[in-house]
Design a protein around this ligand. Structure first.
Ligand code: PLP
Length: 413
């Protein structure tokens, strides 16, 4: 008999994206002449910048030459990339992070899930709602989330931190003691951000309660306002309580190339049941060396190229392109009287669905009347009901055309 991990049976099907494609496919079949614009995508559309392509071509040629060929690399990532990260993402912001506090990976999605390998499933967990679903499902897989309650649509061991209009999409600090806290800012899906003062409150809470914060800053590159921290370590004391997850996916269009990194400061400690303090950095290093053989040399060379002066300029052009799309959507919707959030420090626009419609009712309306596809907020959790996500990741002409359609349909004289 081969027993399975029964926690997997507690996973709830996430029908969000499959329901969207079913509805879109059906509509297309019935209306083959209609041109559908997709503003629901969370993937990028701009190609990889020339500087990265150049670096990859060079790396490929190195692989073809006996003298420069590379086999297995360091599990933690090549030093050249970790150095570029330390210099550009941290030293330039007056943050002191050492090379061996950085671990290169093939994605923030994997990192967010894999990190649970080194934590007990008995920790109390807090997760914002609405949310990037990976945080919840990976805790279900370890057993840490507990049983599912089909009435409340929640897992018993997870403390859900509401992000709603009434709290400006800023989660409240829990009253009780929580061991592991997931924060993602700039936020997917709401586009909300935490300023330094708000983030400082979380650091203070974590210090007081010996908690660890998992800080997902996959959308850091979209920050445009001054007071919004680009790294949690901009806040004093954060190195004792936080792990940072970063990704090149949205920063540099690496969703297909795959490269990200995780920062685990040496100050960060967990405890054994007996109360002995253990370095999280050491545990993670052990886990990485055992289960991972590193990201491809070619891809790490591409990631390094992002940090050259040309690379920085080129990726910024793409970020500005997406931000301008987001701005066009946000301003267009506001002019039509919609309540709109996000879109300033984020590619995501989170809008309040008008006339008390549900998220899915609004989805159907946009699809059928405007031929526009977006993402129903309820797919990101119960507090997303009544909201809708649009993204700036489309092309400019499609974004502008989508806003023309909104204007035609929603403009009231
Ligand atoms: N974290 C958040 C909040 C995301 O929205 C995404 C992707 O959409 C990821 C992580 C995944 O990043 P990666 O492509 O590096 O796995």
């Amino acid at each position: 008999m081969s027993y399975i991990n029964e926690n997997f049976l507690k996973l709830q099907e996430n029908y969000l994206f499959s329901n969207i494609s079913k509805k879109v496919d059906k509509y297309k079949k019935e209306n083959p002449k209609k041109e559908i614009i997709n503003l629901g995508i969370g993937d990028v559309t701009r190609p990889i910048i020339p500087e990265c392509i150049k670096a990859m071509n060079k790396a490929i040629n190195e692989m073809a030459d006996e003298d420069t060929f590379k086999g297995y690399g360091p599990e933690q990532g090549y030093e050249f990339l970790r150095k570029a990260i330390v210099e550009n993402d941290y030293k330039n912001r007056n943050i002191d992070i050492e090379l061996d506090e950085i671990f290169i990976s093939d994605g923030a999605k994997c990192d967010c899930g894999n990190i649970l390998d080194i934590f007990s499933a008995n920790n109390t967990i807090a997760i914002t709602n609405p949310v990037y679903p990976v945080y919840i499902d990976t805790n279900v897989m370890t057993g840490g989330a507990g049983e599912y309650d089909s009435v409340t649509k929640t897992y018993k061991n997870i403390k859900y931190l509401k992000m709603i209009e009434e709290n400006n999409f800023i989660p409240e600090i829990p009253k009780e003691k929580i061991d592991l806290i997931y924060l993602c800012f700039p936020n997917n899906p709401t586009g909300a951000v935490l300023n330094k003062k708000e983030l400082k409150k979380w650091i203070q809470y974590a210090k007081k309660n010996n908690s660890i914060i998992f800080f997902d800053s996959a959308y850091e590159a979209f920050i445009t306002e001054d007071d919004i921290p680009h790294s949690i370590y901009e806040i004093e004391g954060a190195k004792e309580v936080a792990i940072e997850f970063k990704s090149f996916s949205k920063t540099a269009g690496f969703t297909g190339l795959r490269c990200a990194y995780i920062v685990i400061p040496k100050e960060l400690k967990g405890v054994t049941i007996k109360g002995e303090k253990i370095s999280i950095n050491k545990l993670w290093n052990r886990r990485v060396c055992t289960k991972f053989n590193g990201v491809s040399y070619i891809i790490q060379k591409a990631a390094e190229a992002i940090y050259t002066s040309q690379g920085k300029k080129q990726i910024q052009e793409n970020i500005n392109y997406y931000l301008e799309n987001a701005h066009i959507i946000k301003e267009g919707l506001q002019n039509l009287g919609f309540k709109v959030y996000g879109g300033t420090n984020s590619p995501y626009i989170w809008l309040k669905v008008p006339e008390n419609k549900t998220s899915w009712e609004f989805f159907d309306l946009l699809l059928e009347k405007l031929n526009i596809v977006g993402t129903p907020g309820s797919g990101f959790g119960i507090n997303g009901e009544g909201y809708f996500r649009l993204t700036g990741f489309g092309t400019r002409d499609k974004t502008e055309e989508a806003m023309n359609r909104f204007n035609k349909y929603f403009y009231k004289k």
